[in-house]
Write a protein that binds this ligand. Structure first.
Ligand SMILES: [Cu+2]
Length: 360
């Protein structure tokens, strides 16, 4: 007699999954059964789910080589491209407060938007400013920040920032409603205002319940506070590690850095030999306990949360829980193609992999 396996995913599936509408058409779009059976311990299924998507030769095909996918994602229709997002830092607009201090402002709008997260697979996302991840907000330590938030979605949302700020600016439902904050209903607006402290790499995300659904739908982004004295010049990149539960079973079918699986296989990130590379790495992945970043052919200095000028480690692999983030720095001494990916092979195979192409 067979007894259903008790798994974390089955436990989670009992609670709030019903809050997001299932799209039946997506169900068969990604051949995930082999993988899920494999997770349950079926070794034949594990073997069946193996497939070649390894070397640079496969890069030209990208997702076309993966699990029977064909074609590529229409980045233009999505309105954003991971190859742009990786170097896109949003400094907002600045003015001076009385006394000379910098006031930095942004406007973020939450919207319901279908996004093609893998070829032919549309995900009914919720997004800040029409993109996932939302804009990478960047400022300097000690500035005054103002973030104008408009909820254009059909669901209530907030922006919860990591960092130091007053409770009613925390984007936390139930706190701050009396001062215009807390949960922001559809059609409502609120302006978050606080000081940029401390310097480091932070993040922001919606904090409305059910929390897992609101984050998994795409409402998050990186938030960088530069030290007042700045950091050494570098080729700077931002990677927000995420995933998408395209069939609403509270397990992801697509994994990526910056949303689109295999995007940096199809179009490698170009780096210059001997130039300092700095990656702002954030993990927002929902439904999996950990995520990771592994670099081939090199090691990097790792600065957890970016809050110290001294690295904690010289390594080639770093592991992060949801909400954890850190800054990676290294130089490529040689030209060539160097892979980077999650070192959970399962995530790698489902999209979270890419290449650096190092040139002179
Ligand atoms: Cu939300």
């Amino acid at each position: 007699m067979t007894q259903p396996k008790l798994t974390r995913r089955r436990l989670l599936a009992g609670s709030a999954a019903a809050s997001v509408p299932a799209i039946a058409a997506l169900h068969e779009a990604i051949p995930h059964q082999g993988l899920h059976r494999a997770l349950g311990g079926d070794q034949d299924a594990l073997a069946a789910s193996q497939h070649a998507h390894g070397g640079p030769g496969a890069a030209a095909g990208g997702l076309a080589m993966h699990n029977g996918f064909s074609g590529t994602v229409d980045h233009e229709a999505n309105g954003f491209n991971p190859s742009d997002i990786v170097r896109d830092f949003d400094y907002g607009t600045t003015s001076r407060l009385p006394g000379g201090r910098v006031l930095r402002e942004w406007t973020l709008v939450a919207q319901d938007k279908d996004i093609e997260v893998a070829p032919g697979v549309d995900f009914p996302a919720w997004a800040y400013n029409g993109r996932i991840p939302g804009p990478t907000l960047r400022c300097s330590q000690g500035e005054r920040l103002r973030i104008h938030f408009a909820n254009g979605s059909s669901h209530p949302h907030t922006i919860h920032f990591h960092g130091i700020h007053p409770d009613f600016m925390d984007g936390m439902p139930g706190i701050g409603e009396g001062r215009g904050g807390g949960q922001i209903e559809p059609g409502e607006e609120f302006t978050y205002e606080f000081d940029a402290e401390p310097f480091g790499l932070h993040l922001y995300h919606c904090h409305v319940m059910p929390l897992a659904a609101h984050i998994a739908k795409g409402l998050y982004g990186a938030f960088i506070i530069d030290p007042a004295q700045g950091r050494p010049a570098a080729d700077e990149l931002v990677m927000v590690m995420n995933g998408f539960d395209t069939n609403f079973d509270r397990a992801n079918e697509v994994y990526a850095a910056n949303t689109i699986g295999f995007a940096y296989m199809d179009r490698p990130i170009v780096a210059r030999r001997n130039e300092l590379v700095r990656v702002y790495l954030v993990n927002v992945l929902e439904y999996d306990l950990v995520n990771s970043f592994h670099l081939h052919g090199n090691l990097f200095h790792y600065y957890p949360t970016g809050t110290s000028p001294e690295p904690s480690e010289f390594t080639d692999t770093v592991m992060l829980c949801q909400g954890q983030r850190g800054i990676l720095e290294w130089r490529f001494p040689q030209t060539g193609r160097f892979m980077f990916h999650a070192h959970q092979s399962e995530f790698t195979e489902l999209g979270w992999q890419g290449f650096f192409e190092v040139r002179d």
